[in-house]
Every structure is written in structure tokens, then in C-alpha cells.
Ligand binder design. Structure first.
Ligand code: GTP
Ligand code: MG
Length: 133
């Protein structure tokens, strides 16, 4: 059975969307295994987003993700990595379908409410980073 790392970003916590987001994944049939409200350090942010270090928006990305508390979670279930990405919607909310989390709640790519691991390798890496396994 598969696990993934999902995180409600500071904009989603600020807008009090944690409950709604947890509810969506529970109703889909996934199981919440770990969760914590936390503020991400600059070091953790840079490590988590290391693949984007050379992008022009990297500084903005690190600043945003450390700007307030996030809600970090481990979810488990059949095909949870790919299905949770579908439930999140496209990275750029300008392109995410209504009915998805980003498609329902976000309008800009810089503040797109939720993060989800995009592969088995990144799920394992991110669960380790945030929950120390
Ligand atoms: P994550 O689940 O957050 O990793 O999103 P993703 O996998 O759908 O997208 P990706 O990993 O390619 O980008 C990581 C994050 O960088 C996105 O979720 C956006 O929040 C942010 N991002 C992407 N493009 C831009 C941009 O042009 N400007 C800013 N400020 N942020 C961006
Ligand atoms: Mg990503």
C-alpha cells in the first residue's frame, strides 16, 4: 500500500481550509497516518524545494512556504500519490479544473493552497524530511 506527503500551504491554513482538505481525502477513501501544524525553517524549505533551486521564483517560493504555519500530513491508500495529485488539480490554478482543490480555492500559482509528492521517490524523500522516517 502506498503513502504520500501532502501539505496545506500557509495560504490554505490562513484561509481555514485544513478541515475541508482533510475531509476530501478521507471521503475519497484515503487514511490519514500522520499530521502536524508546523512552521517550516528556511533550511527545510530549501531542502524540500531543492529541485527548484535554479528557478527565478525560488526565493519567493521559500519566502512564501515559511511565511506562516503549514499542515503537514502523511496519507495512505491505493494509488494515493497519483490520485491525490488529480484531486489537487494543475499546479497553475488558472488551469486547474473546478472540483479540484486548486480549481475550487486558488487563482495564482504562487499561492496554490496545497503541496503533494509527485512520485514514489519524492513521497519517500518528503515523508523522511517532515516526519523523520
Ligand atoms: P508542489 O506540490 O507545491 O510541488 O506543486 P507542483 O508539483 O504542482 O508544482 P512544482 O513542483 O512544479 O512547483 C512547486 C511550486 O512552486 C508550485 O506549487 C508553486 O506554488 C510554485 N511555483 C511554480 N511556478 C511559480 C512561479 O512562476 N512563481 C511562483 N512564485 N511560484 C511558482
Ligand atoms: Mg512539485
Amino acid at each position: 500500500i502506498q503513502q504520500t506527503f501532502l501539505m496545506v500551504k500557509p495560504d490554505g491554513v490562513e484561509r481555514q481550509l485544513v478541515g475541508d482538505i482533510v475531509d476530501r481525502f478521507e471521503r475519497r477513501g484515503f487514511v490519514l497516518k500522520e499530521a502536524k501544524l508546523m512552521t517550516i525553517s528556511e533550511d527545510l524549505a530549501k531542502n524540500h524545494y531543492a529541485e527548484h533551486a535554479e528557478r527565478p521564483f525560488f526565493g519567493e517560493l521559500v519566502e512564501f512556504i515559511t511565511s506562516g504555519p503549514v499542515f503537514a500530513m502523511v496519507w495512505e491508500g491505493e494509488n494515493v500519490i497519483a490520485l491525490s495529485r488529480l484531486m489537487m488539480g494543475a499546479t497553475n490554478p488558472a488551469e486547474s479544473a473546478p472540483g479540484t482543490i486548486r480549481g475550487d480555492y486558488a487563482t495564482t500559482v504562487a499561492e496554490n493552497i496545497i503541496h503533494g509528492s509527485d512520485s514514489l521517490a519524492s513521497a519517500e524523500r518528503e515523508i523522511g524530511l517532515f516526519f523523520g522516517k
